[in-house]
Design a protein around this ligand. Structure first.
Ligand code: DLL
Length: 437
């Protein structure tokens, strides 16, 4: 398999809307028949009185049952396995920090399809075989390591499997091997930049051209800040272990939403309360059905991730539908004094300020039965002029802008650079110290 167009699955990448619809209808029938081979879906379909043959086109996806994270936990370890165990060559687990892990299985063909999706994703972001790629993601059960690794190799780049952490070594490797494409979480990319600045170094001097950034929510403002610091193009990258991992949706150079690979997933956006589709273009919960996975097909997986579809034509010419930057997860929504707040709304305000760095945390407490929110944010080493006057003005501005954004007053503490816990993987932004009741 030497031809680049074959390696990235160009025939899928270039599909027209009609071709996508036709392909999906076929692939859904195969995927449902395959799912029915697993004890979990066999029982589920039986309970619903559904025969795989009832699914005749992609529109019939609505007849299928939803699958939730809890279903995956209940099916642990292998109730959703749809092939003979000897056909499995890899498993991953999701990074959930609470409860039982959820295991996802892959056949050789599944791993190959995933590598193709990942290679295609990196390709549309602008990466080419002559690039040098450094993967700063955790290897192991987390999919950001091997997922990106296989994709980058499939594309044909020179791959450095650096893994996360050890920031000094990351910087040396990037420099010594003229790395042009990196992959990291946005919070870790920010940490590396701030470390360099603290040491009198300039992230721009690294010469990185493209950064694939994902695995956690981040705002457009955070993207701008990172692009400014490094001089690279920051490309949003989305995926989740249940749907393989990275490589579900990726940005093209127009950076106007992520193309979701519809040859591999059927996408729906639903209202999480009513479970009905939202009107086109409105924000709702992303629901995905696998089309090209044999070991573990998953029907209508409720991701909990909130986004909207962008159906206007993309100037890049690709016709796979785009999803907008995530607002957050339905389970990330904070309820503070009865007001619904997403951490991303706070990040948006913070990242607009040139005097502030990229690291912050939100602490929730209770005082006299009233919710209190304290935001600790690091000052920027190069942006801040060091005067008390500036600091006072900054706090005042932040408090006012946050009030406009979220509707109540938050305490803002501007802290020393490097004083908040640094992130190597997914950043933990919210500490909720409110006790129930
Ligand atoms: O984070 C897969 C991945 C690895 C994606 C590397 C991109 C890059 P999980 O650990 O299962 O898988 O976490 C999936 O992370 O449901 C979202 O809530 C969140 N997430 C992932 N990418 C983005 C993104 C990997 N670009 C969960 N924007 C998902 C916002 C994201 N949230």
């Amino acid at each position: 398999m030497t031809d680049l167009s074959e390696r990235i699955g160009e025939r899928f990448e270039k599909m027209s809307r009609d071709e996508i619809a036709e392909f999906q209808s076929e692939a859904l029938q195969t995927s449902v028949a395959q799912a029915a081979k697993s004890p979990w879906f066999a029982a589920k379909f039986k309970e619903m009185g559904l025969e795989p043959g009832d699914i005749k086109s992609r529109d019939d996806v609505v007849k299928l049952p939803f699958t939730t994270k809890n279903d995956l936990r209940l099916s642990y370890p292998a109730q959703m396995l749809a092939v003979d165990p000897t056909e499995v060559i890899r498993m991953h687990t999701s990074s959930g920090t609470t409860g039982k892990p959820t295991a996802i299985f892959h056949t050789r063909q599944d791993v190959s399809n995933w590598a193709e999706l990942m290679a295609r994703s990196l390709y549309i972001a602008g990466a080419r075989p002559n690039d040098v790629f450094q993967n700063m993601s955790g290897y192991g059960l987390f999919t950001g390591g091997l997922g990106l690794h296989y994709g980058a190799e499939r594309l044909g780049m020179w791959v450095i499997p650096a893994g996360p952490g050890n920031t000094a070594r990351q910087i040396t490797l990037i420099r010594d091997f003229h790395v042009t494409v990196v992959h990291a979480t946005p919070s870790y990319a920010m940490h590396v930049a701030e470390r360099m600045i603290a040491e009198g170094d300039d992230p721009k001097s690294l010469g990185i051209k493209i950064a694939a950034l994902g695995a956690e929510p981040y705002t457009e403002e955070m993207r701008f800040k990172l692009q400014d610091l490094y001089g690279f193009k920051a490309m949003n990258s989305y995926g989740l272990s249940e749907m393989n991992g990275p490589g579900v949706a990726f940005e093209c150079p127009y950076q106007n939403g992520m193309h979701l690979w519809e040859d591999s997933y059927i996408v729906e956006i639903i209202n999480p309360q009513t479970l009905r589709p939202v009107p086109e273009g409105e924000i709702g919960e992303l629901v995905l059905t696998t089309l090209r996975r044999a070991a573990m097909p998953i029907m209508r997986y409720r991701t909990r991730d909130l986004t909207r579809l962008i159906t206007e034509k993309c100037p890049c010419g690709r016709q796979h539908v785009r999803i907008a930057r995530f607002v957050g997860r339905s389970d990330d929504m904070l309820i503070i004094r009865g007001v619904n707040v997403f951490p991303s709304q706070i990040e948006e305000v913070l990242m607009r300020h040139k005097w502030l760095g990229g690291n912050y945390i939100i602490i929730l407490t209770k005082a006299a039965a009233l919710d209190q929110m304290t935001i600790k944010v690091e000052i920027s080493r190069d942006g801040f002029d060091g005067t008390v006057e500036t600091l006072r003005k900054l706090r005042g501005d932040l408090q006012r802008q946050l009030k406009e954004q979220i509707g109540f007053t938050a305490n803002v503490e501007v802290v020393e650079p490097g004083s908040l816990p640094a992130s190597e993987g997914k950043a933990k932004r919210v500490i909720d110290e409110r006790t129930a009741g």
